[in-house]
Design a protein around this ligand. Structure first.
Ligand code: GSH
Length: 362
């Protein structure tokens, strides 16, 4: 059986577990203890990040998006990527936004509020460091300080951006509440890659961490219901299909992604091309400063552009007009000739590379 190394409070472990459970791919969950997270996983995958997967043949993989693509090749039925290439691209766009943009509000809600950070530091240490010698209070204190510094303070969350960071979450709840009034999953009666992508932040962070979970329960119970509907969904029990096209109620999400995630990816890529280590960007009127430049996120934009180009002619026209109508097409295509060099040999999710996302700040 494959082994999934991660934590029960981890964003991306939750995303992968949601996918594997839905697809009914058997796996053994293995806690990423300190020894695994800091020694075994980096030496096998090149990245100190979770989840990492060890296959039965001994090979290791990391990074949920390419891992899910790999699993889809091995277990094609039922596909989580709709056949309609327009929907397929929108799924990838939503997944990338969920992975990379919602990360900041998720970390902020977890580590900026003592109600949450005091609980999470115990949960993390309890699962990760049962055998590490030393008093618990020191381990809690170090964990809380590390997470807040790396993922909140050094990621552009300030008194000036705090409100905007939270608005991203609140707007998403409004958009999704409206969607789930009409259907059980983002694109219809069964989960798609869009649901799996959103599951990362919405399951292990927003629906479980005390502060955002109170908000979700009180103001967006339909989203809470979707979280657990997806956790309990099994492909073999699904009968329905996907709707056709991109429903009207998803357009506000596409617009939101254009204004936040795509603008942010562009600013990051420009700074990377200029050889900077940090960048500033104004999004929806909020100015973020000293955000660490990420080569991995240059690759994310490169991959989105590549997926767009791969959509066949007539469908690409239709997709272009959906994206253009929401201000997304221009930022998607703004930068030409991106060459992150992140995965030159097309090896992901295999291959031992250097730490992708947080190489500069951990
Ligand atoms: N793109 C990666 C991101 C994985 C990731 O960032 N995982 C987080 C935990 S959910 C992590 O391990 N962060 C490193 C750290 O906390 O030091 C994926 O999709 O798997």
């Amino acid at each position: 059986m494959i082994k999934v190394f991660g934590l029960k409070v981890s964003y991306f472990t939750g995303k992968l577990e949601g996918y594997l459970r839905y697809k009914e791919i058997p796996y053994e969950y293995c806690p990423a203890t300190v020894t695994y997270f800091m020694k075994v996983m980096p030496s096998e995958t090149g990245a100190m990040q979770m989840p990492a997967v060890q296959l039965e043949d001994g090979r290791w993989m990391t990074d949920t998006s390419p891992m899910i693509d790999w699993f889809e090749d091995q277990y094609p039925e039922p596909a989580i990527l709709p056949e309609d290439p327009v929907q397929g691209f929108v799924c990838r766009l939503i997944e990338d936004y969920a992975d990379e943009w919602l990360w900041r509000p998720a970390m902020h809600y977890r580590w900026s509020y003592p109600l949450s950070s005091k609980l999470l530091r115990r949960q993390i240490i309890g699962e990760m460091a049962p055998d590490v010698p030393g008093p618990d209070w020191i381990k809690w204190w170090r964990t809380e300080r590390r997470q807040h510094r790396n993922f909140v303070k050094n990621d552009g969350v300030t008194p000036q951006t705090w409100g905007h960071v939270e608005q991203s979450y609140l707007r998403l709840l409004d958009i999704l509440s409206n969607v789930f009034e009409s259907r059980p999953f983002v694109f219809g009666d069964r989960p798609s890659l869009a649901d799996i992508g959103l599951f990362g932040p919405l399951f292990r962070h927003f629906s479980m961490d005390p502060v955002p979970a109170i908000i979700m329960r009180e103001s967006a119970p339909a989203v809470m219901e979707w979280v657990y509907r997806l956790w309990n969904a099994r492909a073999s029990k699904m009968t329905g299909g996907f709707v056709s096209g991109v429903p009207e109620d998803l357009l506000p999400l596409v617009k939101e992604i254009g204004e936040t995630h795509l603008e942010n990816l562009n600013a990051n890529a420009l700074a990377w091309q200029a050889g900077q280590e940090q960048f500033g960007v104004t999004l929806q009127g909020a100015t973020y400063q000293k955000v660490p430049v990420s080569r991995y996120r240059v690759w994310c934009l490169e991959m989105l552009q590549k997926h767009f180009q791969a959509v066949p002619g007539q469908a690409r026209k239709a997709l272009g007009s959906v994206l253009d109508g929401q201000g997304c097409l221009e930022p998607l295509q703004r930068l030409d000739g991106l060459a992150s060099g992140y995965d030159p040999d097309g090896q992901v999710p295999f291959g031992n590379r250097s730490l992708p996302v947080y190489e500069k700040i951990v």
